[in-house]
Design a binder for this molecule. Structure first.
Ligand SMILES: Nc1nc2c(ncn2[C@@H]2O[C@H](COP(=O)(O)OP(=O)(O)OP(=O)(O)O)[C@@H](O)[C@H]2O)c(=O)[nH]1
Ligand SMILES: [Mg+2]
Length: 307
């Protein structure tokens, strides 16, 4: 007798399974930060934009870019450790060709000062070319980008080991940590180079569903804004779309699923996450699911169709 084959899994075609709570997150500090960036812009020689490699096109905030649109820019595609090298290469090439800017893939959890100094040297070159000069006495740079991409982490790499925590910028794995434009930080003696940290700025209005949900999945918008289960559902959509099914086993399922409630119910059993009434604690499990996703626990995936 022939063994019956397991039915082939078909990933759902639409990401919009569950409606997000809201698509808007633009706290007051972002509007203030943007205004200050606009005011400071004339003093800046070059902008170092930091982006999340998992959403290389979405995290390009054209709205914030308007604050310094005439300035030369370098783009760091950060958190490359969470995406496949092939996808990073394609995304870097595509952005460089489409926008005519230099794109550098980075992984800032590893302190590679050679790469960091080459970023700053590129900023010097671009600023000098823009201002038609060969040397400048000093340079001032901005680091900018959407929340939680690693802007403050980048600057801290230049501060000395012996610096106390007081001198370091605050870093945390959630968005909205830097709330104000920082004082200038000296990062190079020769040529004298200063950099300013800036608050991560999102879109002031929900421009489109996918952009907001992608930002929420990678931690650029707090998941309580879009909804924990709703955000986890969007992450599940991309896991299935990219055929990354490791989550199924890790959540205690026998195979992939298009249903986030089913996935979280199984996962909650594994972790014994229950409500006081003994039901699966879907909310707490949803947070755990997102945490796992964000650290690459279910696979390293880019939330973009590159082909
Ligand atoms: N996996 C990984 N994590 C990173 C990398 N760079 C930074 N992080 C982490 O990302 C989180 C956010 O870093 P921050 O430097 O606070 O990000 P930010 O852009 O300044 O965030 P806001 O101030 O909220 O806008 C922290 O937990 C960092 O440790 C990276 O290359 N890879
Ligand atoms: Mg910061």
């Amino acid at each position: 007798m022939m063994a019956s084959k397991a039915p082939r899994f078909i990933a759902r075609a639409t990401p919009k399974n569950i409606k997000p709570k809201t698509l808007q997150w633009f706290p007051g500090h972002m509007a203030k930060g943007l205004k200050r960036m606009q005011m400071m812009s004339s003093k800046i020689d070059c902008v170092i934009e930091v982006h999340d490699a998992r959403i290389p096109f979405t995290s390009r905030n054209t709205y914030a870019n308007k604050a310094y649109e005439k300035k030369p820019r370098i783009l760091l595609l950060n958190k490359c450790d969470l995406v496949s090298q092939d996808e990073v290469n394609v995304a870097c090439r595509r952005i460089a060709v489409q926008e005519g800017i230099r794109v550098i893939p980075t992984h800032l959890m590893v302190k590679n000062m050679g790469v960091m100094r080459s970023v700053i040297r590129s900023a010097h070159e671009m600023a000098s070319a823009e201002q038609l000069t060969t040397t400048k006495e000093s340079y001032s740079l901005f680091v900018s980008g959407v929340p939680n991409v690693g802007k403050s982490t980048f600057i801290n790499l230049f501060t000395k080991k012996q610096d106390t925590d007081k001198n370091k910028l605050k870093i945390a794995p959630h968005p909205g940590v830097t709330k104000n434009l920082s004082n200038k930080v000296k990062i190079m003696k020769s040529p004298l180079t200063y950099i300013y940290d800036t608050p991560g700025v999102n879109l002031p209005r929900p421009e489109d569903f996918d952009s907001v949900m992608k930002l929420a999945v990678v931690g650029g918008i707090p998941e309580h804004v879009t909804g924990v289960v709703e955000t986890a559902d969007y992450a599940l959509f991309w896991l299935n779309r990219k055929k990354e099914y490791a989550y199924a086993k890790q959540c205690g399922l026998s195979g992939p699923s298009n249903n986030i409630i089913e996935v979280l119910a199984y996962m909650s059993r594994l972790y014994a996450f229950e409500t006081a009434s003994g039901k699966p604690d879907i909310l707490r499990t949803g947070e755990k699911f997102l945490k796992q996703f964000r650290k690459g626990g279910f696979g390293y995936i880019m939330l973009e169709d590159l082909i």
